[in-house]
Design a protein around this ligand. Sequence first.
Ligand SMILES: [Zn+2]
Length: 181
Amino acid sequence: MLRTPIKHCRNCGTAVVYRIPDDGDTRERAVCQACETIHYENPLNVVGTVPYFGDKVLLCKRNIEPRWGKWTLPAGFMELGETVAQGAARETVEEAGAQFEMEGFFSLLNVPRVGQVHMFYRARLLSDVFKPNFETLEARLFTEDEIPWGELAFGTVKETLKYYFEDRRAGQFSIHAVDIV
Ligand SMILES: [Zn+2]
């Protein structure tokens, strides 16, 4: 179970039971005993950017759990009604208060263990002044040598940064798809 179990029907409020629905499904779902609504639970998208300024990348020190005090690329849960790029840009504004221009899609990382897919775009910073919100203790630029590799919040951030600096050295950015198991 990757999530907190559903207790009540989203449609009518009656207690649900976890069982395989009778419609040919093969997985257990939270099924309402009164109105028979089936509650599907699917992976969540985490969207963010690799904001760069010259040879440096912007990281944010987290002021929220999980991984309080660890460094991350600006990223967060995609909202309904927005595209991946819109969500990635929104998170970059919220968490870093950065001014930037969105560039190409960069990395897709499956994290089936937690039921998430993480996606990052590259973003060219227009300024090295940041105004992070409450979610961020500090937003600052790092060269590759300065990256606090042992203090990164998530494996997806570490992988994305590795690919970013590799591509940067090679002089060409490509798209990376990775499974983190
Ligand atoms: Zn119901």
